[in-house]
Ligand binder design. Sequence first.
Ligand code: ATP
Ligand code: MG
Length: 201
Amino acid sequence: MVDKESEQRHRNRMKRKKVVVDEKIANADKEQGLLLVLTGNGKGKSSSAFGMVARSLGHGMQVAVAQFIKGRNDSGEELFFRDQPNLNWQVLGEGFTWETQNLARDIETAQAGWEVVKDMLGDPSIGLVVLDELTYPIKYGWLELDTVLADLNARPPMQHVVITGRAAPKELCEAADTVTELVDQKHAFRAGVCAQKGIDL
Ligand code: ATP
Ligand code: MG
């Protein structure tokens, strides 16, 4: 049973909280295309980005996804989203560096991939662009950070971009509006569990 005094105290506290929250909401009245970075060693970067793909498609927006590095094309998200009419899905990687083992080809693939991304970033009809695992080609020096930043900066003002990947460069985080670092506290892989359908791929 909740006594009257506690009930009243709770109501007063919530009233004060509502004033603060309402004021914050009233102050956030801008509309703009956002740059988001999802980084860190914890699981959840790409899956969060695909959550935003689902949200955007739900609102009838045009979406483009560019996957760097990743060579496989049997992930659940790709199988699910591929048939969506408002979605342009591009796999621009050939797999992990330790799989390809060919530096010149990795550089060429990444740069050809960026040309595809530039077209996405130049198209104001696309409301959301996801650049999945983009941090790796930057980190390995296959793509110039300055070129990436300049092209992101020149995109249409209402276009959102989500970038995923570990170790996002400082300059990219500084350029972003929203940066989330996912922390790895525990991962089932280290307990010997292989990638599970629906969870990891
Ligand atoms: P997800 O696609 O599941 O959101 P992610 O994008 O955050 O993961 P990536 O670095 O892209 O993480 O790794 C993709 C795959 O590696 C997924 O199968 C994921 O479960 C797994 N993974 C992510 N973080 C870890 C980790 N800390 N240790 C081991 N495996 C991981
Ligand atoms: Mg990922």
